[in-house]
Design a protein around this ligand. Structure first.
Ligand code: EPU
Length: 337
């Protein structure tokens, strides 16, 4: 276990916000986690669990303990003719896991290549990209009850997954700490290339459709479109894509016939927030130390030395403009701490 006092969180959040935590603790096993939780409970201290900090916006110093998992092991727990179950430590880097599964010839995670963050967060956020979501491959989630210290295994269904949502984000927020996620990956080739320009990029490059080529194509697309947090602080998509009902959709499409959308089954239509923000003229907008990315307007960026108030003020301005123009209230995907 590694314990730091008065710890700078600058390198622990991809937005690059310079705040501190009273205590920062990294644990290497479930036993270490349960003993820290007992201590925290005894002292009645606030705590927060983070992953790689790629979806957080710290608004101020954190007076309490921040926990981070160093549990990174990958174990095969079950194997059949057509699938393999991989139990992965919550502290493993997400893309290391994707790389590992691609290298083993296992299908299902490749479209989620190069998403920042850790395995534990994949199960909380239900990360998604290029037509796939973490929920499509999650078999179950192992977690520790913060109150009792007991282990509980949540089946995929019990996690209550939907677009960028899980039970851990809302109903059970702060109640459980995820220690392991088990993914079921397929040995049988099945690709999903129809979202965005994945298939076109593969065609242009003259590549065969293989796991490696799909992964490399998605990495290429993401690198071209999304800013690297090491160069420009950001937390990926700042807002979720709103889902509107059929009446609202009909009203909008009549007024804006070129509006892009994706059908969400019975739930309505998903409108890209990037398009809404772009239409409001924010693409490439800069104010003070913050801005809107010039290629992907869904991403807010720290131009250098920004504090969270500046980011939140810009986010608020965007929310208001989108609401005034389209009557849609877009909601941040990023967690304000
Ligand atoms: N668009 C514009 N103007 C722009 C950019 C995009 O109008 O300047 C429109 C285009 O019509 C485009 C549409 O927005 O087709 C959607 O853009 P894109 O395909 O880039 O995807 P997105 O909906 O903006 C989502 C995820 C991303 C994920 C991509 C690819 C959310 C909140 N974001 O973005 O996830 O990589 O799809 O699947 O669902 C993240 O969560 O951090 C993230 C990057």
């Amino acid at each position: 276990m590694i314990v730091y006092d008065n710890y700078s969180l600058l390198s622990r959040n991809t937005f690059g916000i310079d705040v501190k935590a009273d205590k920062f603790v990294e644990y290497e096993s479930v036993d270490e986690l349960t003993s820290i939780l007992q201590e925290i409970k005894k002292d009645n201290n606030p705590f927060l669990h983070i992953g790689e900090g790629s979806n957080l916006l710290f608004s101020q110093d954190f007076h309490g303990t921040i926990l981070h998992s160093l549990i990174k092991d990958i174990t095969i727990t079950e194997e059949s003719d057509c699938s393999v179950d991989l139990k992965v430590g919550a502290g493993a880097n997400w893309d290391d896991f994707v790389q590992y599964s691609v290298s083993k010839g296992l299908y299902g995670a490749e479209n989620l290549s190069y998403i920042p963050g850790e395995v534990g967060a994949s199960a909380v956020q239900n990360i998604g990209a290029y037509g796939r979501e973490a929920k499509d491959i999650i078999l179950n989630v192992e977690a520790i009850d913060v109150l009792s210290g007991e282990k509980r295994i949540f089946s995929n269904q019990e996690c209550n997954y939907s677009y960028r949502h899980s039970i851990f984000k809302k109903e059970l927020k702060n109640r459980y700490i995820i220690t392991y996620v088990t993914y079921r990956l397929s040995k049988i080739a099945a690709f999903d290339l129809d979202y965005g320009n994945v298939r076109r990029e593969l065609d242009i490059a003259g590549c065969d459709v293989t796991l490696e080529n799909v992964r490399n194509t998605i990495i290429k697309i993401r690198r071209e479109k999304l800013p690297d947090p090491k160069e420009l602080g950001n937390a990926g998509s700042f807002f979720m894509n709103p889902v509107v009902g059929n009446n609202k959709f009909n009203e909008l499409i009549e007024k804006y016939p070129s509006m892009p959308y994706y059908k969400m089954g019975e739930d309505g239509m998903k409108i890209p927030a990037a398009w809404l923000i772009d239409q409001c003229g924010f693409k490439g907008y800069k104010t003070g130390n913050v801005g809107v990315h010039h290629i992907q307007p869904l991403v807010l960026v720290n131009l250098g030395g920004a504090d969270s108030r500046e980011v939140m003020a810009l986010a608020e301005k965007i929310v208001e403009s989108v609401f005034d123009k389209f009557g849609i209230k877009i909601v941040p995907e990023v967690n304000y701490i």
